[in-house]
Design a protein around this ligand. Structure first.
Ligand SMILES: Nc1ncnc2c1ncn2[C@@H]1O[C@H](COP(=O)(O)OP(=O)(O)OP(=O)(O)O)[C@@H](O)[C@H]1O
Length: 450
């Protein structure tokens, strides 16, 4: 186990020097100060494992440091030094979350074993936090990318070839077609897999915030910039940065990004010095970038830099043979999640999924399947579990009318809506967006069964 850093907070000079000697001899790194204020500052600027603090300090009570550490969610443990016989303070300290306490002058032999125990706890907590991040960073891999259609296989093969290189990748595709999932799979299959994959959507935020988020800023760069802030480019050092909706990035930020791609350097907002980084950029868009270039909204030089590997992800409607596979996958997923015994889908249900336009692509299919599993009352998903617009494919108006006569079409449509709501006129009127009395009048007019 490596020896950690101890912060010693004690205003009695002699005692501080004595403790410092004992602790340093044990091989710990030691920082010292004599006030609460100085201790708080050091807790923010230094990486401290254990604080050994006197309770009575010139500017306050050492127990407040325990609360401060927890409130600010700073890592580390605190051991307090109490005066002989001051049991009340010691109990209060432990109740507030201190690791333990030592009685001044009496407990010198306990100091080192206690510091080791506190340090062990801190190191264990750090390991747990590290493992938790590793679990949450469980990015999608190529195996998790479903689809057997030729178009998706081609896209996957190209992405697999691009993955081990450090080249930029441009992913093109409609919303929900899997661009971010592909970006994660590329990161996962690259030598950067053990490092961060960070993502930002360039269309979701205004220009100034986007610039600060991506490139970071120096303290004092603008009002409110009290501390230096690392941008995502720096946070993703040695990892991958995924820039979604790159087509929405303002032109001056495009110029800064181009510089990163060309020289691995950038300048933070308000800084004068360049910062060097080692990152891979994966960008995505659902816009036609050539058109954006023609209209002066996208830099041509950046386009060619990003275009080293361009991977087009097909819309779901262009690979409808994959739809049953996705539907089956999400059926299992949501049946397990909701603990419902739903095992299969009717033929009609699958046929209607295949007919749908899927403007929201796989994301939309996923949501439709979740909804279907939730409202399903039996073991099989049937048409009943689909929203109204899916049944429109069956509308007689589309399929049978064969006429321009408005009255005929209106009658067919009312009949169809009535069938859909099992004859419930109030529901039918609501769906038709007309009053109940108008519905009655029209049904009478068309001699429909009331
Ligand atoms: N090939 C795939 N296999 C399994 N699930 C997929 C696949 N592609 C996408 N998904 C799922 O579809 C949903 C949308 O995917 P993703 O967020 O990657 O799309 P996107 O193209 O980045 O969307 P947007 O442009 O709106 O950000 C996610 O829940 C993802 O898990």
């Amino acid at each position: 186990m490596t020896n950690g850093t101890i912060l010693l907070v004690e205003d009695e000079e002699k005692l501080r020097q004595l403790l410092k000697r004992i602790i340093t001899l044990e091989g710990f790194r030691i920082l010292e100060c004599d006030t609460l204020k100085a201790a708080r500052q050091l807790l923010h600027t230094e990486s401290i494992d254990v604080v050994l603090s006197d309770i009575m300090l010139p500017d306050g009570n050492g127990i407040d440091l325990v609360t401060y550490l927890r409130e600010k969610q700073l890592p580390g443990e605190i051991i307090l030094l109490t005066a002989y016989g001051n049991i009340a303070d010691s109990v209060r300290a432990i109740k507030n979350g201190a690791f333990d306490y030592l009685t001044k002058g009496n407990d010198n032999a306990r100091i080192i074993p206690l510091l080791h125990r506190a340090l062990e706890k801190v190191q264990l907590q750090n390991r747990v936090a590290h493992l938790q991040t590793k679990i949450s960073n469980n990015y999608a891999s190529f195996d998790a990318l479903l689809g057997t259609s030729a178009v998706i296989r081609e896209a996957k093969e190209l992405a697999m070839k691009a993955a081990p290189s450090d080249a930029a990748v441009l992913l093109l595709g409609e919303t929900g077609s899997g661009k971010e999932m592909f970006a994660q799979a590329i990161h996962h299959a690259s030598h950067r897999a053990g490092k961060d994959f960070l993502a930002i959507n360039c269309s979701a935020i205004g220009k100034d915030i986007l610039e600060s988020e991506i490139f970071g800023y120096k303290a004092g760069a603008f009002t409110g910039a009290v501390k230096n802030k690392k941008g995502l480019i720096e946070e993703a050092h040695q990892g991958t940065l995924f820039l979604d909706e790159i087509g929405e990035m303002p032109l001056d930020l495009q110029a800064k990004l181009l510089r990163v791609l060309e020289t691995s350097e950038f300048i933070k907002v308000g800084d004068t010095r360049v910062t060097k980084v080692d990152i891979r950029i994966i960008a995505a868009t659902n816009r036609k970038l050539e058109q954006e270039i023609e209209q002066g909204r996208f830099r041509e030089d950046l386009y060619y830099r990003l275009n080293v590997f361009t991977i087009e992800l097909p819309a779901l409607r262009e690979r409808s043979e994959d739809i049953p596979l996705f539907a089956e996958h999400y059926l299992q997923l949501f049946a397990n999640k909701t603990n419902k015994p739903v095992f299969s889908m009717s033929r009609e249900f699958i046929e209607h999924l295949k007919l749908h336009e899927w403007r929201g692509n796989i994301r939309e299919l996923k949501n439709i399947m979740e909804r279907a599993v939730i409202i399903c009352t039996g073991n099989t998903l049937t048409m009943e579990a689909l929203p109204l617009e899916f049944k429109l494919h069956k509308s007689p108006v589309k399929q049978k009318a064969g006429t321009f006569d408005l009255a005929v079409i209106e009658k067919l449509h009312i009949q169809w809506v009535m069938d859909y709501v099992n004859g419930n006129k109030s529901k039918a009127a609501r769906l038709l967006n007309i009053g109940l009395s108008t519905l009655y009048r029209k049904m009478e007019e068309y001699k429909m069964v009331l």
